[in-house]
Design a binder for this molecule. Structure first.
Ligand code: 3NM
Length: 219
């Protein structure tokens, strides 16, 4: 994937695991894909998260759906699972293995890294990240150990510093505030709740794509 293709793939980045929805996860993902999500991350975390074979089975089902629709399938944290499934990429945080070690394990799969400061961003880029996740942009109830809300300030700061790596904002983002995140310099938005808890995941994904695209055209 070229960097231009990656930027486009990051526009509406849907993240979900079974704890994030009361609906069957496969059904939610199918609707989200129909609505226009551009990339998907399997993030099986939190209370009641599946483990072992149940986790792997869900991952395989979600991956098949992504494959059938040409949507990149990314695995959060679990590098062994990503390698075993031959996922399209992995996403890691600051608590996980160092970026360069993960890069060595996954070869040329996509590698996303969550960062919260300029220093973390520079290190992640130097060690081989393909894109950065910056957050929480807005208050989120989804991640219990989320850092302080930082609005779009870090996104703007990295762009001011001339860093052109693909960036997605994360945390409390929905169609009503997604445009602001892209206007600040992000290539796209990552969301859990805005799609996984929506009455219509399809409509939620459509609205997010429209909000992101309207800013991309302006920019
Ligand atoms: N990472 P929602 S915030 C998974 O700040 C995650 O790095 C964050 O969920 C970070 O879209 C977050 O429901 C939760 O707010 C995003």
């Amino acid at each position: 994937m070229t960097q231009g293709e990656l930027r486009k793939a990051l526009q509406v980045y849907f993240i979900m695991g079974s704890p994030n929805t009361e609906q069957p996860a496969l059904q939610v993902l199918e609707e989200a894909i129909a609505g226009g999500i551009t990339i998907f991350q399997f993030r099986e975390k939190g209370r009641h998260a599946l483990k072992g074979e149940a986790k792997r089975a869900l991952a395989r089902g979600l991956q098949q759906l992504c494959r059938a629709h040409g949507i990149p399938f990314i695995v959060n944290d679990d590098i062994d699972l990503a390698v075993a499934l031959d996922a399209d990429g992995v996403h890691i945080g600051q608590e996980d293995e160092p970026v360069d070690q993960v890069r060595a394990r996954i070869g040329n799969k996509l590698l996303g890294v969550s960062v919260h400061t300029v220093e973390e961003a520079k290190l992640a880029v130097a060690q081989g990240a393909d894109y950065l996740g910056l957050g929480p942009v807005f208050p989120t109830g989804t991640k219990e150990d989320a850092k302080e809300v930082q609005g779009v300030s870090l996104i703007q700061k990295l762009r001011e510093l001339g860093m052109d790596i693909p960036i997605v904002g994360i945390g409390g983002i929905h169609a009503g505030n997604a445009g602001e995140v892209v206007a600040a310099g992000a290539d796209g938005v990552s969301v859990i709740t805005a799609i996984s808890q929506a009455g219509s995941p399809l409509k939620a994904a459509q609205d997010l794509l429209e909000a992101v695209n309207s800013q991309v055209r302006k920019g």
